[in-house]
Ligand binder design. Structure first.
Ligand code: ADP
Ligand code: MG
Length: 252
């Protein structure tokens, strides 16, 4: 594994709501800094509303920080909307909880779409090979609705990997799946890191899911409040309980 930095955040803040009307301000991220080496699998955990999704959206260039800087593969994510979109298409993969596949397209077309959007050669053999790797080599011409939730999420993972992005982000990728499908999806994500050297950041509330990662970052009130290397489900669950207790005490 190299020590190349895949993702860096410097003092990222995100305030939702109108800056001029103080009433409905929500500070979703209160200054987050982090550095993730390439080829690592990081889980992000924390209570509901702690800023996990906002962190992913800002890091992935789907949302703009109010302050602070984001670097992907050494390049700052900044510029016009057009530049940001172009950068995202070349360097970022994203997996959503609800899959977000296009229902009118076949499985294969869903997976080749990011190549098309990035203006790259639409290499159907490569897309089909990735679909084989996720166990869907026989489903290329099916529509998403003809697949189970777990299978649809595996298509979404193939779609996120097809451009060989610098970082893949996944926001609760197993949140809509049964336990068995969830394990299959987690094993695939882990394999993308271990066998193919991808860099992965995954939000989850499930300690078992987090245990597939190399390390865990704990978020509370928009800030990183802890970390864990080589997490086990038991250790993660215990830390989350303690984090919850601390927040209750703070709020009381
Ligand atoms: P998590 O994913 O950890 O549950 P989020 O990042 O979704 O947390 O939200 C963090 C905080 O920001 C919450 O208080 C949430 O209500 C608020 N928030 C998120 N998105 C928006 C938005 N678009 N407008 C206003 N507030 C938002
Ligand atoms: Mg969320």
């Amino acid at each position: 594994m190299t020590n190349t930095e895949a993702l860096r955040l410097e003092g990222v803040r995100k305030v939702h709501g109108d800056a001029d009307t103080a009433d409905n301000h929500v500070t979703a991220l209160a200054g987050v800094s982090l550095s993730l080496p390439a080829g690592t699998f990081t889980a992000v955990m924390g209570p509901s509303g702690s800023g996990k999704s906002t962190l992913l959206q800002c890091a992935a260039g789907l949302d703009r920080p109010t302050a602070g800087r984001v670097f992907v593969a050494g390049r700052e994510m900044a510029g016009s909307e057009t530049e940001l979109t172009k950068f995202r298409r070349e360097h970022i993969g994203f997996v959503f909880q609800q899959f977000n596949l296009l229902p009118a397209l076949t499985v294969l077309q869903n997976v080749t779409l990011p190549l098309k959007l990035a203006g790259r050669k639409v290499d159907e053999r490569r897309a089909a090979e990735i679909l084989r790797q996720v166990g869907l080599g026989e489903r290329l011409s099916h529509r998403p609705q003809e697949l189970s939730g777990g299978q649809q999420q595996r298509v979404a993972i193939a779609r996120a990997l097809v451009t060989s992005p610098s970082v893949v982000f996944a926001d609760e990728p197993t949140g809509a799946l049964d336990t068995r499908s969830a394990r299959a999806v987690l094993a695939l994500l882990q394999q993308a890191v271990r066998a193919h050297g991808r860099t992965l950041v995954m939000v989850t509330h499930d300690p078992v899911a987090a245990s597939y990662a190399d390390s865990v970052l704990f978020l509370a009130d928009g800030q990183i409040v802890g970390g864990m290397i080589d997490p086990t489900a038991e250790a993660v669950a215990e830390r989350l309980t303690r984090l919850g207790d601390e927040l209750v005490q703070k709020g009381a």
